[in-house]
Design a protein around this ligand. Structure first.
Ligand code: ADP
Ligand code: MG
Length: 314
């Protein structure tokens, strides 16, 4: 494209909250074959909410929730924030929080005295968290985390987790002193426009794909809701860039849409990286496009803009 055409398109983009980082980005987007969407915070609202909490040991419910919240208090993960908000609400009001309340009961709370002291905290990417409370190890995360620590999952517990996953929830398993003591179900609703955008892309001849670190069963349930058939699940953060590269084989132009720190290698590996505006600085830096309004419709706006600019030139 000519410098003038790039300038015009950049201006049109900016007016729509689509930040285009240069002529190269503008030129590549018209050839996009696959759009790879991160699930959490991109297709979904990133506002996870605890939908159920089941204790499988003799432990009292309040004590269970305080234990889990304490372990998650150093994590930045959306799941951790949801669990903290839920446990805090239970602690102060002795009842589970309504979904609508979750935000106001989140990490912005000043009072954390009710939480236990935690030592040796570590965040295990794609798996969960680990730390020590009262000299005993606590693990909060997925099956992989439990298996690696040789925590046994009884059949009735597994059954409960499967049930959660089939209804698009993420099952968060909790082990204390190497015993599985409970499970929480966490749901993150789809963005309102997600399904329409997926359908729109298909009509444009673009293949929508979902990639996630979440488990296969939850991933498929969410994908089905949004109308995506091409899914890659249980992908470790380091593996998202590999997924991009596999779609690039044969010279296909691939776009990645994501928001998190985890997504920046994939945003960089993609031919066209699109960062969601509310995302992290590092993701925004790795991207070719920044969608300032955090609205997925702007993925279509960006491709349209590129197509129009290119055809006008030729
Ligand atoms: P994504 O952003 O695609 O959901 P992540 O790599 O962030 O992927 O997480 C993958 C999975 O690891 C989650 O679905 C969850 O099961 C587990 N996990 C990660 N962090 C936590 C956490 N802080 N607490 C509980 N589970 C977690
Ligand atoms: Mg994510």
């Amino acid at each position: 494209a000519t410098p003038t055409a790039v300038m015009v398109a950049t201006g049109v983009g900016a007016n729509n909250g689509v930040l285009i980082k240069g002529g190269d980005a503008l030129e590549k987007a018209h050839k996009i074959k696959h759009v790879i969407f991160d699930k959490t915070g991109t297709l979904t609202q990133g506002k996870a909410t605890v939908t159920s909490a089941k204790v499988f040991s003799g432990m009292e419910r309040g004590e269970f929730l305080t234990l889990v919240a304490s372990a998650e208090s150093s994590s930045e993960h959306p799941l951790a924030k949801a669990i903290l908000g839920y446990a805090r609400h239970f602690h102060f009001f002795d009842e589970p929080s309504a979904a609508a309340d979750a935000k106001s009961n989140g990490l912005e709370s000043k009072s954390f005295e009710w939480l236990h002291d935690v030592s040796g905290f570590s965040s295990l990417s794609g798996k969960g968290v680990q730390c020590f409370i009262g000299g005993k190890k606590i693990l909060v995360g997925n099956r992989k985390l439990m298996m690696e620590n040789a925590v046994a999952i009884a059949d009735h517990v597994e059954g409960f987790v499967v049930q959660l996953e089939e209804s698009a929830n993420t099952g968060v398993l909790v082990a204390y002193d190497n015993e599985l003591i409970g499970v929480l179900g966490v749901a993150d609703p789809l963005k309102r426009e997600a399904a329409v955008v997926v359908e729109g892309l298909m009509k444009m001849g673009v293949n929508p794909v979902m990639v996630t670190g979440d488990n296969w069963r939850t991933a498929k349930a969410v994908a089905k809701e949004v109308g995506i058939t091409d899914v890659r699940a249980e992908v470790l953060p380091s593996g998202k860039a590999d997924v991009i590269r596999s779609f690039q084989e044969g010279g296909n132009v691939v776009a990645m849409v994501g928001d998190g720190i985890n997504d920046s290698p994939a945003l960089a590996a993609a031919d066209v990286g699109m960062a969601i505006g509310a995302g992290t600085d590092i993701a925004i830096e790795a991207a070719d496009y920044v969608l300032m309004r955090s609205n997925l419709e702007d993925v279509i706006t960006a491709i349209d803009l590129s197509r129009k600019t290119i055809t006008r030139i030729r």
